[in-house]
Design a protein around this ligand. Sequence first.
Ligand code: RB5
Length: 150
Amino acid sequence: MKIGIGNDHSALELKAEIIELLKARGHEVVDYGTNSTESCDYPVYGEIVGNAVASGEVEKGILICGTGLGISLAANKVRGIRAAVCSDTYTAKMSRAHNDCNILAFGARVVGAELAKMIVEVWLDTEFEGGRHQRRVDLIMDVERKAHEE
Ligand code: RB5
């Protein structure tokens, strides 16, 4: 799978470990930055990866900032994006199985590298269950559609 990854200055070390894991699992990784430890603005990278996923340039996205919050909030403003902050494997699994999330976010200052890797593995290994969950995801996307119509 082609996976896009983006982060702010707080997450360089963790990103490197996640990229290594993704490549070891046979994924193609597109690194959208930042690749500097200089303080930067996380919305920039949330938007870039959000657009890459929404346009189909990459199939799924992974975003990392200090908490995972700011960068996911920015990505969620891109049409078609469902980004979830996951600090545990159960939430990561459900964000795919029930919410069909297309971006995984987590915090480099919240989760350690080993837990982050488990979260990524579970998230990538879990398929959307569809059925009644499809109806609910459709309702989420209706909210977005209505907001854009205004
Ligand atoms: C940067 O200091 C920090 O605010 C950022 O990484 C993130 O946690 C924001 O949500």
